[in-house]
Design a protein around this ligand. Structure first.
Ligand code: 5AD
Ligand code: SF4
Length: 474
């Protein structure tokens, strides 16, 4: 049954437009030149996309932008709660701004994003970071104009952290970081409750944007010259389950693929529990959908997978992978996320993860040592293995993958790939960097004017993590 999705009303959005104008007037009165804002983003692509919306709203409110926190009149930290390390960095970086704020009382320091949605974190900010002016959660992002205006005009600190399942706001302004590559969130939230993960608690329940809204944003991007468009969701395979009529993610992909224009579609993240053969068939059949599958397996051991509440077995995961490999062959590039040292995981069980890594043949992996997240079931489980031991396991994993990555790259010698040239390379001054359909990076010598275009590039020398190539000129 389709659930009712709370969409932000046109009246509410209109109210935000009024705050936008009020802030613009206020800033013009207060400052002789355009005040600058610095938006610092941690974490995943969803946060990057959210920050682009924050910047879109701030731009309309009259802010310019800087990367230098110490010249900004408004600093916003958009935070991530997935692992402790990300949280520690936020506390460190916010703490470092205390002096600047005390010397410049007109500066607004704001914190938002997933971390703020956790009660103990918000309480810590309230008590120990008295110089922070504004704190807001993931569900009120569209209210940035109102919240910043309030922070600018009220003497009291502003904490806006409603506890709710989440909303969808359409039509919020956006200032994109790149003019050829763009993100489109197609859904928000997560319903999976993997036992280690904080995301379902801080991002609320799964909710899909309407097909028409996604298509309209996509068409606009293509019209504006965007070439690589990535569809985002914590679990894109759940897209459309809450829509009426119901739509599958594969159907959405087909629809976008059939739009006119020269572009490439990417998507992340897929969950093996909901990944269908229909989706893999669609990837293989749609020429504009990249043959890159990011399918996190987290662990190769079935007991650990059960304890993680992942909802699939190793065998099911490999069945999907083998199906995809049969369909797409060498064209397919696989990446995955892995957690090492889940509570109670034994060395033997970790060996199953290692053997799955070897069986999988991923082009690259995102590997994490388990980090306990307060409020999740895993945080209450016994975790007897010391961190140093887990680090040793991690090193084994990385060494195995390094060899596999190099083998994967070696398969491509002399092949020609249609690549999207995304920027300058790291090899040397006149080198550019391009991305294959399978998300592999090739560096080659070329003129900067090629950035933002598709080019056919031949691999001359595969290395471990990237490949060297040259433009195919016929
Ligand atoms: N500890 C370590 N890694 C985690 N991830 C999510 N939660 C945790 C945690 N508590 C990893 C998973 C997920 C990726 C985005 O982050 O591998 O796929
Ligand atoms: Fe977290 Fe699992 Fe949802 Fe991914 S699918 S965001 S790991 S709960």
């Amino acid at each position: 049954m389709a659930v009712e999705i709370k969409r932000v009303s046109p009246q509410e959005l209109e109210k935000q437009k009024e705050f936008t104008v009020k802030t613009r007037n206020l800033l013009a009165e207060r400052y002789d030149s355009k005040p600058l804002a610095c938006v610092v983003t941690y974490g995943c692509q969803q946060n990057v996309a959210d920050s682009e919306h924050i910047k879109g709203m701030l731009e309309e409110m009259g802010y310019g932008f800087t990367d230098n926190r110490l010249e900004a009149k408004l600093v916003i930290f958009n935070t991530c709660a997935v692992r402790e390390h990300a949280e520690d960095r936020v506390f460190g970086n916010v703490g470092a701004l205390k002096k600047y704020k005390l010397a410049n009382p007109d500066v607004i320091i704001a914190l938002c994003g997933c971390m703020m949605q956790q009660k103990h974190i918000a309480a810590k900010i309230k008590e120990s970071f008295a110089f922070v002016d504004l704190v807001f959660g993931t569900h009120v992002l569209h209210r940035v104009p109102e919240l910043v205006y309030t922070a600018l005009t009220r003497r009291k600190r502003v904490f806006e952290l409603p506890d709710m399942d989440g909303v969808i706001a359409e039509g919020v302004p956006v200032k994109r970081d790149n003019d050829r590559k763009a993100w489109i969130p197609i859904m928000y939230g997560c319903n999976n409750f993997c036992s280690y993960c904080i995301v379902p608690y801080v991002r609320g329940r799964e909710r899909s944007r309407l097909v028409d809204d996604v298509v309209a944003e996509f068409e606009q991007l293509v019209a504006d010259g965007y070439k690589e468009i990535t569809l985002l969701g914590q679990n894109v395979n759940s897209y459309g389950k809450d829509l009426e009529p119901r739509v599958t993610f594969a159907q959405l992909l087909r629809l976008l693929n059939d739009l006119p224009g020269d572009f490439r579609i990417r998507f992340m993240t897929s969950h093996p529990k909901d990944c269908t053969k229909e989706l893999l068939d669609t990837m293989a059949q749609c020429d504009k959908v990249a043959t890159h599958l990011h399918l996190p397996f987290q662990s190769g051991n079935n007991r650990v997978l059960r304890a993680m509440n992942r909802g699939y077995t190793r065998e099911h995961y490999m069945e999907l992978i083998n199906y995809a490999k049969d369909l797409m062959g060498d064209e397919l590039s696989i990446t995955s996320d892995i957690i090492v040292g889940f509570p109670g995981e034994t060395y033997e069980e970790f060996q199953d993860t290692l053997s799955l890594v070897k069986e999988l043949g991923a082009t690259s992996l995102f590997t994490f040592i388990y980090s306990p997240r307060l409020g999740t079931p895993a945080a209450k489980m016994e975790d007897p293995i010391p961190y140093e031991e887990k680090s040793k396991w991690m090193r084994q994993l990385l060494a195995a993958q390094e060899e596999i990555s190099a083998q994967q790259m070696a398969l491509h010698k002399d092949k020609v790939f249609k690549c999207f040239v995304f920027g300058k390379g790291k090899t040397g001054d006149n080198y550019l960097a391009a991305r294959t359909d399978g998300n592999l990076i090739i560096e080659f010598e070329g003129d900067e004017g090629l950035v933002g275009t598709f080019q056919n590039i031949k691999v001359t020398e595969p290395l471990t993590y990237i490949m060297m190539g040259e433009i195919e000129r016929n």
